[in-house]
Design a protein around this ligand. Structure first.
Ligand code: FES
Length: 330
């Protein structure tokens, strides 16, 4: 019996199950020790194929995956795992971090991206976060059958964007010395100017502050105030709190996904709508709740949602965005 089979058969299955995909024995051993001490049941795989085979035999709560492997590309392993077991929390560990691979990992649904070397605290906190995200997702039901998972597509980049991005980067060079402690302020400046953080600006901030690009990207994705894509003209927020979930929030999200090819966190290619989800608007009595710009719409259903968004599409006179939300009569 090899080490992997032995591990699978001897670990108790009521502990959180972690699969470490890492071909470097010293790193794998260190990770196994740290995570086992935390009370996790850990299984190791040294190749992409052995990790996929193990996933075919059983489920894991979290996959900690290196990207450079002797056989399959680690990103491909993550893609297949997320396709077959989308609830698996994924943490990327890599000695070759780039902004592009961090973005790709996040698009595939990775929970965290840790450039090597990382500290014990960083990996412990990443695993903890991935497990708690998995638990939160488990509260929300699966999408209705028959609704295909959409491949996210970034909104169209308009020609004037390039000019605005170049100006924002020029401002950074003029107004900041490039100290590491200016990093957040620099991100905020770009976000204020452009409404989001384009990759070019992230790269420039990484260069100016001499910070690894993946760390800059990690900060940009950690804080909710930052966006990675331009926002749409209308912000559509769907409540996924318990009351709204029970009353059909997922059907509303599925309608938006099917009708407008829009998933949470995305913007339509024509930049008309950005979709977000929230935990609770405090209007549970009129669940399920949808907020379009600043207007709260209660007791919604898929067809009312579709009509509300189609009306906005037809009539571009949007509501003013300032001030407190106005409650519509349900
Ligand atoms: S749960 Fe949706 S408003 Fe409270």
């Amino acid at each position: 019996m090899n080490q992997l089979q032995e591990a699978i058969q001897t670990r108790p299955h009521d502990w959180p199950q972690i699969l470490i995909l890492e071909d470097e024995p010293s790193v794998a051993q260190g990770l196994e020790m740290v995570l086992t001490e935390e009370g996790y049941a850990v299984v190791r795989a040294e190749t992409g194929q052995s990790a996929l085979d193990t996933f075919h035999r059983r489920e894991f709560d979290v996959l900690v995956a290196d990207l450079r492997l002797p056989d399959i590309d680690g990103m491909e392993v993550i893609r297949r795992v997320k396709r077959d077991q989308p609830d698996t929390g994924v943490i990327v560990i890599t000695g070759y971090s780039t902004v592009a691979s961090a973005i790709e990992a996040m698009k595939l649904g990775a929970y965290d991206y840790l450039p090597k070397p990382f500290t014990e605290e960083e990996i412990k906190s990443a695993v903890k976060g991935a497990l708690s995200e998995k638990r939160e997702c488990a509260v929300i039901s699966e999408p209705e059958a028959g609704v295909a998972e959409e491949v996210p597509t970034p909104p169209e980049q308009l020609p004037e964007d390039k000019v605005r991005i170049a100006k924002a980067i020029g401002e950074l060079r003029l107004d900041f010395a490039g100290h590491k402690d200016e990093l957040i302020q620099m991100l905020q400046r770009v976000q204020n100017r452009l409404g989001y953080l384009p990759e070019l600006a992230l790269q420039e901030i990484a260069r100016m502050t001499q910070t690894p690009p993946a760390s800059v990207y990690g900060i940009a994705t950690f804080y909710e105030q930052f966006r990675q894509h331009p926002a749409g003209k209308h912000l559509v927020r769907v409540c996924r709190g318990t009351a709204c979930h029970v009353k059909g929030a997922e059907r509303i999200l599925n309608e938006i996904k099917t009708r407008f090819q829009l998933s949470p966190g995305q913007t339509t290619r024509n930049r008309k709508f950005t979709l977000e989800t929230v935990a609770c608007f405090g209007s549970c009595a009129i669940a399920p709740v949808l907020v379009v710009d600043e207007t709260v719409k209660g007791r919604m259903n898929p067809s009312k949602t579709r009509m509300a968004l189609e009306k906005l599409t037809a009539n571009d006179d949007e509501q003013p965005s300032a001030g407190a939300p106005n409650k519509e009569k349900p």
